[in-house]
Design a protein around this ligand. Structure first.
Ligand SMILES: Cc1ncc(COP(=O)(O)O)c(C=O)c1O
Length: 401
């Protein structure tokens, strides 16, 4: 694409962003399945290693297919913001989050975070990082005064880690207010934007320093590859210290997964529009169904975080959950009756995915622990897909009978 042609549409950038003309004129960026890169002569090797000349050396450090994915996501996260960020593609969302924490924090530092977090991140901060002298303060960050008091009382807090909407509760925290609070106290802000995607929400707009994604989900969109990205506002820091951390920890992505991610992202806008439209309709349908006790969807005014979600997201997203009146057995029966929608635990794919935490992901978690997070026996989690709405509703209808 000619760089002098300004793209005015988010969807156009999703299609063209990050792409460079291939030296052999391939239409799409090729899958550079090469672990290493050759030098014309020893002097060129010297220039590459010393950083005097840009170029690829070894695919753990970088690869042209991975670069295109990084640049596309960086462009989408900053569309319309007039800032530059740098992204580093990782093997998974967890690899990106691990690089972020190990690359920015030191022994004695603390992280403040909201209590509802993806389970892997929660385990990282509560079980892995303490061995490195990094600990977490886990609180309800929807209570702004509480967040302010905790920060004021503890000068060791160096990072505010936000995940909004959070997995699996879809709770949302206020990015604008919390970023302001963090900045006033010289605290770095990182935000996991996996559930929203840059189409629905741009954390850099509010001053976040870092954004992470599990690209496994909506960015890839088709469930074909595990991946993650860490993006940072301080480009120099990302190119130096964070690049070093990423290279040494070895959580690099690969050209095959990056290729799948690039193709998936081209349709992100159209997919998210359809996901969100379907999700709103499904939430309305479920709210009026007599087998359903409660629907949790941030698009419904009954959701406690409705206002926060609508303030910072273009649409309320594709994820919702609902509680069946019949408890555990009703959940199992419902799941067993599904005919088109898929019984599985992930999210972000084109097809509608449903899971029953009480009999699946949270089967061995004690009841009190589950209830703390609102995971009741009859709770069903749903990634509303992009199929035709009547088919989704018909499958739910027959399974709820
Ligand atoms: C919000 C969120 N962040 C991070 C992760 C971890 O991503 P990955 O499974 O790609 O390591 C997940 C996984 O489900 C997630 O939902």
């Amino acid at each position: 694409m000619d760089k002098s042609f300004p793209l005015t549409g988010w969807g156009s950038l999703a299609v063209h962003g990050g792409h460079k003309q291939d030296p052999n004129y391939a239409h799409l960026v090729p899958i550079y399945a090469s672990s290493t890169y050759v030098f014309d002569d020893a002097e060129q090797g010297m220039r590459r290693f010393s950083g005097q000349e840009e170029g690829y050396i070894y695919s753990r450090w970088g690869n042209p297919t991975m670069t295109e994915a990084e640049e596309k996501i960086a462009a989408l996260e900053t569309f319309g913001l007039n800032i530059e960020v740098k992204g580093i593609l990782h093997a998974s969302g967890m690899a990106a989050i691990s690089s972020l924490m190990l690359g920015t924090l030191k022994p004695g530092d603390k992280i403040i975070t909201h209590f509802s977090l993806y389970g892997g991140t929660e385990e990282l901060v509560s079980k892995i990082l303490p061995a490195f002298g990094i600990t977490a303060i886990i609180a309800d960050l929807r209570d702004f005064q509480k967040a302010a008091d905790l920060i004021k009382a503890d000068k060791a807090i160096k990072m505010m880690y936000l995940e909004t909407p959070a997995n699996p509760t879809i709770q949302c925290v206020d990015l604008e207010e919390l970023c302001k609070l963090a900045k006033q106290n010289n605290i770095t802000v990182a935000c996991d934007n996996t559930f929203a995607t840059p189409y629905l929400q741009q954390p850099f707009q509010y001053g976040a320093d870092f954004v992470v994604h599990s690209t496994t989900k909506f960015l890839n969109g088709h469930g074909t590859a595990i991946g993650g990205i860490l993006l940072g506002r301080d480009v120099e820091f990302m190119k130096t210290k964070m690049t070093k951390v990423h290279r040494i920890l070895g959580g690099n992505s690969n050209a095959f997964d990056a290729f799948l991610l690039i193709q998936g992202m081209k349709t992100l806008e159209v997919r998210m529009e359809r996901h969100c439209h379907n999700a709103m309709e499904v939430a309305n349908y479920l709210e009026n169904h007599n087998a359903v006790a409660k629907v949790n969807y941030t698009g419904l005014s009954s959701h406690p975080d409705h206002y926060t979600a609508m303030k910072q997201m273009r649409h309320p997203g594709a994820m919702l959950s609902f509680e069946l009146k019949g408890g555990l057995q009703a959940g199992i029966d419902f799941m067993n009756k599904l005919k088109m929608c898929v019984r599985t635990v992930s999210l972000g794919t084109c097809d509608t995915l449903l899971s029953h935490p009480a009999s699946m992901t949270h089967y061995s978690v004690p009841k009190e622990e589950k209830e703390k997070y609102g995971i009741t026996d009859g709770l069903i989690r749903m990634n509303v897909g992009i199929e035709n709405l009547p088919d989704i509703l018909a499958d739910l209808e027959q399974a709820l009978k």
